[in-house]
Design a protein around this ligand. Structure first.
Ligand code: SAH
Length: 351
């Protein structure tokens, strides 16, 4: 086993059956070993520094109906909200003053009618904060919308593929959605010039080891700049309310595998991981993650952006908690990096 891990570190890939061995035969000791190797690789790329991204949840209105997601269209119990552009800019100002140099605008999927206001918002952020990166996480859009957002000044886009197996994809989403369309969006984003992020939920309902291997191989081929890996966590008002959450260990294992395969990728220790386990945030970093995304949304709205139950958004999860986050990082030998934190292959890129 340790031989496989060392080879994965050296060659950044394994045969599918070898990934299967890693994913099915992982003892606690082996998890510790692979996390240790992944941590060393992350440190070779980034030192002991962790990038921070200010997450602004701009609205929870959504036209999609993903079965796992708490803000899906069919959930009538959600109180819908949309921050206006001035409020989002206020969040950016607050974040900028705290030292954030990346803003992540995330939200439910809006119709194209909202593109104009979105492009205007991006333009205003770009003008006011010339040295900050703008990341979007707004779901599937026509290529023209992505292009418009890119031209307005956005730099990065997060769109998890969720699963690379078409049948599994269909069990997680309504008929109107397809893996093929999701993959087309990812290709569009890349072609347009976004630093692109993709990824999966570990332990999503119906996920098998074979699916995880397919995800690993897809990400190997796609080479995203960012890789988002978090555990699935059920939301009580969705069709998957009774499904068990993904496991901490499996999430950490996947995280370390991705780190060993992609030494320079930006990999967050996700909020879902911090929600699943009290030391989840730290464990993610110790498994090779190098990014955290504290919440910059207005405190009053945070509870309405519930993708899953008990989502952490306070304390070290919040922007106000930067000091606490710093303390947590220090306790495991890391510190906050206030830089923009582009992917190393893209640092010379200007708009
Ligand atoms: N609407 C946008 C952004 C919000 S969802 C989009 O679809 O991309 C962002 C991510 O949250 C999703 O890609 C999904 O992987 C994750 N997510 C949604 N519901 C979740 C749940 N119940 N547990 C864990 N992660 C979830």
């Amino acid at each position: 086993m340790i031989e496989l891990i060392k080879r994965l570190r050296r060659e950044h890939t394994l045969a599918p059956d070898e990934f299967r061995t890693l994913l099915t035969g992982c003892t606690p000791k082996m998890l510790e070993d692979i996390c240790g190797e992944a941590r060393e690789v992350a440190q070779e790329s980034f030192g002991n520094r962790i990038y921070i991204r200010g997450l602004i949840e701009i609205g929870n209105g959504c036209r999609n109906d993903c079965y796992y997601c708490g803000i899906r269209r069919s959930n009538r119990l959600v109180k819908r909200y949309r921050l206006d552009n001035d409020t989002v800019l206020e969040c950016c100002r607050k974040g900028y003053a705290l030292g954030f140099r990346t803003f992540v605008l995330q939200g439910g999927e809006e119709s194209e009618a909202a593109d104009e206001a979105m492009a205007e918002l991006i333009k205003r952020i770009r003008e006011e904060f010339a040295d900050a990166a703008i990341t979007l996480s707004l779901g599937e859009k026509p290529a023209e919308s992505y292009e418009r957002f890119f031209r307005a000044g956005a730099n990065r886009y997060l769109l998890r593929h969720e699963t690379h197996n078409p049948e599994h994809y269909r069990t997680l989403h309504p008929q109107s959605m397809s893996l093929a369309h999701r993959l087309r969006c990812l290709d569009d984003l890349k072609r347009i010039g976004f630093q692109t992020g993709t990824g999966i939920m570990v332990g999503s309902p119906g996920q098998t080891v074979n699916h995880l291997i397919e995800d690993i191989l897809f990400i190997e081929k796609f080479r995203p700049e960012m890789i988002g890996i978090g555990p699935f966590i059920p939301h009580c008002d969705t069709p998957f309310a009774a499904s068990p959450p993904g496991s901490l260990e499996q999430t950490l294992l996947m995280l370390s595998i991705f780190r060993l395969m992609h030494p320079h990728a930006l990999i967050p220790s996700t909020t879902a991981l911090a929600t699943l386990s009290p030391k989840g945030r730290e464990r993610g970093i110790l498994a090779g993650a190098n990014v955290v995304m504290p919440n910059l949304s207005p405190a009053e709205e945070r509870s309405k952006y519930a993708l899953y139950n008990n989502k952490a958004s306070m304390g070290a999860e919040s922007a106000e908690g930067l000091r606490q986050l710093n303390r947590q990082l220090k306790s495991i030998g890391y510190e906050v990096d206030y830089g923009r934190g582009d992917h190393p292959s893209r640092t010379k890129r200007t708009l």
